[in-house]
Design a protein around this ligand. Structure first.
Ligand code: ADP
Ligand code: MG
Length: 680
């Protein structure tokens, strides 16, 4: 058999069909190396199948069996469902265990799997109507004569679907590829391959002898990937620091005046962060710092201090908020504290574009607005500092655009998402980090309670008590409108009910599909206590600050992610009143219960973030963030601190030996590419 080289087209493979090639090409897989790098999404150990479960509640299982019954139900159009009953086969000959599989709205499925077929199933069983059921399992029909082939009696890879080529066929193609591969043609990536030779690593990643071997191989590729990521990050950081920045912040009169005007002392963490920021601002290098702090930890005040330092040096400062509501809220806060000091402020939002709020003569010293508007509408004469309030959004990439407007202003990014350390290093690897790990004193306590199968009358009674005492409440629902497929209660439908239940109190409605003016109107009313109870979707999650609101009732709480629940809870406990976060759930989902227990146990955002990482894994956690890491293939290793540090060290060593990457043109190309993305 002739050997194929890593750089060969897949067409060079023996036994590959032209329609395979078409499908692979459409997925961007053209060369041997492309397909080698198409790593399995997961593995199935088909040497030992799982025993048929006796009850639901465990994780996903991999089962083997024969289809003994099937049923099709059509509900008109494409709607309908198809069920098969699968009976256990294999080692356990005496057993007559069965499990039902069900697919909705996939009318073609009965042609793919029918009575008499031997199947392999993968999915998570649940209980319904007294039987065990897997909805939409992944499955393969076993064909005769293949028992000892690629698909059975071994650990098999399961790939992400490539449209036009079935899972089994794809597996066969990769298998053939590995048989024909000339291992010597694989390029080394900067000696970071962890001792394991690349060819062996590819074999172990696709068709491993053990799950441990697969994990080790993947880890070595992850190291490669993280090395490249760190190289980009360090390159970007280096280039940023190479720019001449401004030295500002020597004058502190305004800052001192501000601190004296506050009715409270800054927390230790706030003081430390202000010092770190000031130190960055004073050196003639552009600051690039992340301020990480839980909701309510007082990031805004650190930002104000930094902005006052810039203003005192005669420069302008800008604050970018992710939404209009937040921009206005910041503006109100800034006016409250800074107008008495004679600082000129302006607000730039869609509704109020031309610095309408400029109350003092002269150009604005501090401009507050939403990202987009500041980009487009403001000409700064001397922008010294940019503060970006990202809340929990991870849009690091957009920074470049604004920064070009000034002579490399200092940049401070604030994020309300506590991120475990290892992720910070990856996501924000090019930033210096300050952490607010201390909440201001004098906050009302937050009590968190999980209520399973709650009575509406109890919730109503509690709400009436609190509202009667002058407080306000959030009632959060997972969806905007009632949808047939998801049985979650939705804000729109529930709003009407709460209006009735809460009688004399005003009940407002807030959801993401409302026009911005309506949203704003409702928020303003809530802030002014014209509305006492706010029925809402997660739009309230972002930075809304109403100190008088002390109750957060979250319906179907099991449907929210931990980070989201934490953000939601952060809306209360902002005033002096004792606060209540009530998590309502049907209690049926074990994962859900575990999640809610975490919420009940701790208020510490960093702990919650770590639990989140543990429960869901980094892939999921990052998937829900706009991370710019979307194309990372080995997110599962993001929590592997040792690996990330190793990658960082490797990248540092490479740049130390060869600062301009003159010896490694392929790496140079890569990091330059990253640079271009950054300023787009
Ligand atoms: P974050 O932006 O981190 O969520 P904020 O800056 O909005 O937090 O502050 C949250 C609340 O805490 C605000 O109402 C603010 O007035 C108050 N606050 C901030 N710092 C302190 C402090 N050192 N002592 C007391 N209250 C503070
Ligand atoms: Mg804030």
């Amino acid at each position: 058999m002739s050997r194929v080289q890593a750089s060969d087209d897949l067409a060079a493979l023996e036994g590959i069909a032209s329609r395979d090639l078409v499908a692979l090409e459409a997925a961007g897989l053209r060369t041997v190396a492309d397909l080698l790098n198409w790593f399995p999404r997961r593995y199935e150990d088909r040497r030992h199948f799982d025993a048929y479960p006796a009850a639901a509640g465990g994780g996903p299982v991999c089962l083997r069996g024969v289809v003994v019954d099937s049923m099709r139900r059509r509900l008109g159009g494409k709607r309908g469902f198809y069920e098969i009953v699968v009976e256990e086969t294999g080692d356990n000959v005496l057993a007559t265990n069965t499990i039902t599989c069900r697919w909705f709205n996939m009318p073609f499925l009965h042609k793919m799997v029918a009575v008499g077929h031997e199947v392999i199933l993968h999915g998570k069983p649940k209980e319904q109507g007294g039987r065990l059921l897997i909805d939409h399992p992944e499955f393969e029909v076993v064909k005769d004569g293949e028992r000892n082939s690629v698909h059975l009696e071994r650990i098999v890879p399961v790939y992400r679907n490539v449209s036009g080529i079935p899972q089994r066929r794809l597996r066969e193609v990769v298998f053939a590829l590995l048989e024909q591969l000339d291992g010597a043609s694989l390029p080394e990536v900067c000696g970071c391959h962890d001792g394991m030779r690349r060819e062996a690593a590819f074999r172990a990643a696709h068709f491993p002898d053990s799950l441990e071997a697969a994990a080790a191989a993947r880890r070595s590729f992850a190291l490669e990937e993280f090395f490249l990521l760190q190289l980009k990050v360090l390159w970007r950081r280096k280039r940023h620091l190479a720019h001449a920045g401004r030295a500002q912040g020597q004058r502190t009169a305004l800052l001192k005046q501000f601190c004296q005007s506050l009715p409270f002392d800054l927390t230790g963490a706030q003081k430390r962060s202000v010092k770190e920021v000031a130190a960055d601002m004073r050196v003639p290098r552009p600051m690039n710092r992340l301020l990480q702090g839980d909701v309510g930890s007082g990031k805004t005040f650190v930002a104000m201090c930094a902005m006052l330092l810039a203003v005192d040096s005669g420069a302008q400062a800008a604050l970018m908020a992710p939404t209009q509501i937040l921009a206005e809220q910041h503006y109100l806060t800034f006016r409250k504290w800074l107008e008495p000091l004679g600082v000129r402020l302006s607000l730039v939002t869609g509704a109020k574009q031309e610095s309408a709020h400029l109350e003092i003569e002269g150009e604005a010293q501090i401009v507050i607005g939403t990202h987009a508007l500041i980009y487009d509408n403001v000409e700064f004469s001397d922008l010294g500092l940019v503060v970006i309030d990202e809340q929990h959004k991870f849009g690091v990439m957009q920074r470049g655009r604004l920064i070009r407007q000034g002579v490399m202003p200092d940049v401070l990014v604030m994020t309300a998402t506590p991120i475990p350390r290892t992720l910070t290093l990856t996501i924000y690897g090019d930033l210096d980090v300050s952490i607010l790990d201390e909440l201001p004193e004098g906050r009302g306590r937050i009590v968190t309670a999980v209520r399973k199968k709650p009575k509406v009358s109890d919730v109503t009674k509690f709400l009436k008590e609190q509202l009667g005492a002058g407080r306000q409440a959030y009632l959060v629902y997972p969806l905007v409108e009632e949808s047939a497929s998801v049985k979650a209660q939705s804000a729109v439908a529930e709003h009407a009910k709460w209006v009735r239940r809460l009688g004399n109190f005003e009940v407002g409605l807030l959801h993401g599909k409302m026009p911005p003016e309506d949203k704003e109107g409702v928020m303003t009313k809530f802030r002014d206590n014209e509305i006492q109870a706010l029925v809402a979707t997660t739009v309230v999650e972002v930075g809304v600050d109403v100190g008088n609101a002390n109750v957060m009732v979250i319906h179907n709480a099991e449907r929210f992610g931990l980070a989201q629940l934490h953000q939601l809870r952060g809306r209360i406990g902002r005033g002096e009143f004792k606060s209540y976060c009530i998590l309502l759930t049907d209690g049926k989902s074990e994962d859900g219960n575990e999640k809610l227990d975490v919420m009940a146990e701790t208020l510490d955002g960093f702990k919650i973030a770590e639990e989140d990482l543990r429960l869901r894994g980094p892939g999921e956690v990052l998937g829900t963030m706009q991370s710019g890491l979307g194309d990372l293939r080995f997110v599962e290793f993001l929590a592997d601190t040792a690996l990330i540090r190793e990658a960082r060290t490797l990248a540092e060593e490479v740049l130390e030996k060869d600062p301009e990457l003159a010896e490694a043109p392929e790496l140079k190309l890569l990091v330059d590419d990253a640079g271009r993305v950054d300023v787009s």
